[in-house]
Design a protein around this ligand. Structure first.
Ligand SMILES: Cc1cc2nc3c(=O)[nH]c(=O)nc-3n(C[C@H](O)[C@H](O)[C@H](O)COP(=O)(O)OP(=O)(O)OC[C@H]3O[C@@H](n4cnc5c(N)ncnc54)[C@H](O)[C@@H]3O)c2cc1C
Ligand code: SF4
Length: 425
């Protein structure tokens, strides 16, 4: 993290542009020049307040946002081929400094308004729901979040690669949101332990923030068995259960996929000391959907790229141990028959997508799905579904974007609830 002198020096570079393109590039529209100006003038608490007023999860966003394609990517310095302002690092400095001061006894940044008698419920305790529940709790709502896992935080806690965000840091942020009066009930699955209709009956508004489902499988022979794991399941194990020393015996790792999740898994495996890590993709490296800066980071860290191959089957020895991934050469993403060959490996991580949690959303009358299985909302500004009491946001409506998009949805839905319920409609 920046020292205060470093933060001031970086903040002093900000030009306080009139049109501030960085604000428009941030899905939560944080007033970036204002918070940076406050850091420059030594008002770090004020800077943190400016950030949190738009984005209650500004702390994790500062660590995980792909700033190169969001705020910093639109900084005017880029046009002059100069280093853009390090917005994410300044945001982390402000939020971390201010929340630590709060813990050390400084006055609270935010005090919830007195209770207004209204109750809201959230399905899932990921960033979208936390932004929704936190925003309304500060406005005096009784907000309850139901989470099926044993831990809250969604993918911030279980899915985002630990080199970006450790589970403890994610949980720390969750505790901060809870301190506004949000109640989080873990180990409760909506649709199983509590019915959707019960939530509609018992609460003034419900927010669906269930994210995505299980990792997608390849569906090729030999897949079921030891040594083959879904990417998010693997990261969850890494973040929550496995001692880091154990990870050193990973051996040779193949990561199937070319997106940001695949890159994260590959970089994490490399960082944990795997002997060899390669990303296996059916098209060329140039066509991988992962961010260019992340791919470059992976390459620098020693991740290899095996391009233009399609997995054919998993090869196991007599004891069932995985020994190789059999692949075919690919042209235009399609396997060329008769070109099968083996890529020796000890572990294969599948990063080819996650399924949609269709069943739970449609248990709410009036809530519908689009052709891709995403929950349909009227618009991103309100996140209203077809049921006037039910809102939805985050990965379950966009099919999988970033934490900051989930936060924007949760906050927008909360603002709409506030406007509606204060009018009494
Ligand atoms: C491997 C990986 C790496 C990523 N890296 C980044 C990154 O570096 N930067 C970034 O900005 N974004 C990243 N993302 C994307 C980001 O994590 C998501 O966009 C974000 O977490 C979505 O938030 P959400 O609240 O919609 O859902 P989630 O975070 O998925 O939370 C949904 C929660 O709902 C719970 N739930 C589901 N069904 C029920 C039910 N019926 N009852 C109760 N609870 C339920 C789930 O257990 C989960 O905790 C990454 C995603 C993955 C998979
Ligand atoms: S929330 Fe993310 S995109 Fe928005 S200003 Fe902060 S780091 Fe940039």
């Amino acid at each position: 993290m920046y020292s205060s002198a470093e933060a001031k020096a970086e903040a002093d570079r900000c030009l306080y542009c009139v049109d501030a393109p960085c604000i428009k590039a941030c899905p939560t529209e944080i007033d970036i020049p204002t918070f940076i100006k406050k850091i420059a003038s030594g008002n770090v608490r004020g800077a943190a307040a400016t950030i949190f007023e738009q984005n209650l999860l500004g702390h994790s966003c500062a660590r995980v946002c792909p700033v190169e394609v969001l705020c910093a990517g639109d900084c005017v310095y880029n046009a002059w081929e100069r280093e853009p302002i390090h917005i994410g690092r300044l945001q982390r400095y402000a939020t971390e400094t201010a929340t630590k001061a709060e813990e050390a006894g400084a006055p609270k940044l935010f005090t919830p308004k007195p209770k207004n008698g209204k109750r809201v419920a959230c399905v899932g305790a990921g960033p979208a729901s936390l932004a929704f529940a936190g925003t309304l709790a500060l406005e005096g709502f009784e907000a309850t979040v139901f989470e099926k896992r044993a831990v809250p935080g969604g993918l911030n806690t279980t899915g985002i690669a630990p080199y970006k965000l450790q589970a403890d840091d994610a949980l720390h942020e969750v505790a901060w949101v809870e301190s506004f009066g949000v109640t989080i009930k873990t180990g409760v699955e909506i649709g199983k332990d509590i019915k959707a209709e019960d939530l509609i009956r018992d609460y003034d508004a419900v927010f669906i923030g269930v994210g995505l489902g299980e990792d997608t499988k390849l569906g090729v022979p030999g897949e079921d068995g030891p040594g083959v794991i879904g990417a998010t399941a693997w990261i969850e194990e890494m973040k929550l259960t496995l001692p880091r020393e154990h990870a050193k015996s990973l051996g040779r790792v193949l990561v199937v996929g070319g997106g940001n999740t695949a890159i994260d898994v590959a970089r994490e495996a490399k960082g944990l000391g795997a002997d060899d890590v390669a990303m296996v993709y059916r098209r060329s490296q140039k066509e991988m959907s992962g961010y260019a800066h992340e791919l470059e980071g992976a390459r620098i860290e020693g991740v290899r790229f095996v391009e233009n191959v399609v997995p054919h089957s998993f090869v196991r020895d007599a004891s069932g141990k995985l020994v190789a991934l059999r692949v075919s050469r690919a042209e235009g993403g399609k396997a060329v028959p008769g070109t099968e060959h083996d890529l020796p490996c000890d572990l294969v991580a599948l990063a080819i997508g996650q399924s949609k949690l269709r069943a739970i959303a449609t248990q709410f009358p009036g809530v519908t799905l689009d052709a891709k299985g995403c929950v349909v909302v009227n618009d991103a500004a309100t996140c209203r579904t077809g049921n006037e009491k039910v809102y939805a946001g985050g990965d379950c409506i966009n099919g999988g974007k970033e934490v900051v998009n989930a936060v924007a949805d949760g906050r927008n839905a909360a603002r709409d609830v506030l406007a509606r319920l204060s009018k009494g409609s």
